[in-house]
Write a protein that binds this ligand. Structure first.
Ligand SMILES: NC(=O)c1ccc[n+]([C@@H]2O[C@H](COP(=O)([O-])OP(=O)(O)OC[C@H]3O[C@@H](n4cnc5c(N)ncnc54)[C@H](OP(=O)(O)O)[C@@H]3O)[C@@H](O)[C@H]2O)c1
Length: 301
């Protein structure tokens, strides 16, 4: 089938595009730079900031996967950065959804990224797709980001809001940031280590996205997390063992807050225990359901 991907240069997109091609699909990507059409993947230009997207170029796709947005963990959450994180998602998603809604040949499905930040800091209470959303900064960003797909839903497009957990890949994201201290034996649990981390292996992220594209009964919010979340202390232990660096020292909460500010509080110390109910009920088989297997694979151990 014909699939369009936004944010294709990111951590998830750069794994998704080759998988889709290997599975025999024709992939085009939305790029914010000037399109360069010398390669195998067709590029279509857009400028989500300026509200520019050529509708005629979007006619006839079967599926659209929307991953674009300012990196959430890219740096300290200054007021400007928080504005960028929110605006890039709401503007870009609204523009894409409204453009798709007006097409004469609409896609069957729009899979639009969201995050488990939707649920906020919930201790060890298990969150499912029907749990209520948080009203903190990230919770509201996620809610507005999901609501921005409404025009597509109203136009009859099947919309999936994929709420990604903490994606495990050595190439980027949370794990890449955690590796350096662990490799020198200085990594350890953050804060009291009791916060739950709902992690997911990158292979399962792309597997789940393919499942959402091809499975017509999947719609609405979908938690893309492994079925076995762990506490931060358990995570640190397994990561240390995988790297053969079993010694670790805890990093106090205050240090995390000083180093990362509000972002550290929201992403590293907050506890969100999430279950992949929709994926499991619709028959998705996880390739890496357990953390030790996932980390061994991801880290090539
Ligand atoms: N990785 C995770 O652990 C995780 C967890 C939860 C949710 N998510 C969400 O899932 C989506 C994909 O994740 P990812 O890890 O692949 O993200 P990523 O590596 O940060 O890539 C996102 C892509 O979005 C585009 N982009 C960057 N800044 C932008 C801006 N200001 N406006 C519009 N587009 C911009 C870029 O692609 P182009 O330059 O090609 O346009 C970039 O490569 C993101 O929205 C992310 O928030 C990820």
């Amino acid at each position: 089938v014909n699939i369009l991907v936004s944010g294709a240069s990111g951590l998830i997109g750069s794994a998704l595009v080759p998988l889709l091609q290997t599975a025999g699909h024709t992939v085009s990507i939305l790029v914010r730079s000037t399109p360069n059409n010398t390669g195998a993947v067709k590029q279509i230009g857009w400028n989500p900031d300026a509200g520019q997207l050529d509708a005629t170029a979007l006619e006839g796709f079967d599926a659209v996967v929307h991953l674009a947005g300012e990196n959430i963990a890219g740096g300290r959450w200054t007021p400007e950065q928080k504005h960028k994180i929110k605006e890039s998602r709401i503007k870009g998603t609204t523009l894409l959804a409204e453009t798709l809604a007006k097409l004469s040949q609409k896609p069957e499905v729009l899979v639009s990224a969201s995050a488990i930040g939707y649920y906020g800091n919930r201790g060890d209470v298990l969150q499912t797709e029907t749990s209520t959303g948080a009203t903190d900064y990230l919770g509201l960003v996620c809610r507005n980001w999901e609501n921005a797909t409404e025009a597509a839903r109203e136009a009859g497009i099947r919309v999936v809001n994929s709420r990604f957990g903490i994606v495990m890949s050595p190439k980027g994201g949370a794990l890449a940031k955690m590796l350096p201290p662990f490799l020198i034996g200085a990594g350890g649990p953050l804060g009291n280590g009791k916060q739950t981390m709902s992690w997911v292996a990158l292979d399962d992220v792309v597997g789940a996205l393919l499942h959402c594209i091809t499975n017509q009964s999947v719609r609405g919010p979908v938690n893309v997390v492994s079925p076995n979340p762990v506490t931060n202390a358990q995570f640190s232990k397994v990561l240390g063992q995988t790297l053969f660096r079993p010694w670790f020292a805890p990093v106090p909460s205050l240090a995390v807050k000083l180093l990362f500010g509000e972002m550290g509080d929201a992403l590293l110390l907050s506890s969100t225990k999430v279950a992949p109910v929709v994926l499991q009920e619709t028959g998705y088989q996880f390739r890496y359901p357990q953390l030790d297997g996932a980390l061994k694979h991801v880290l090539g151990k």
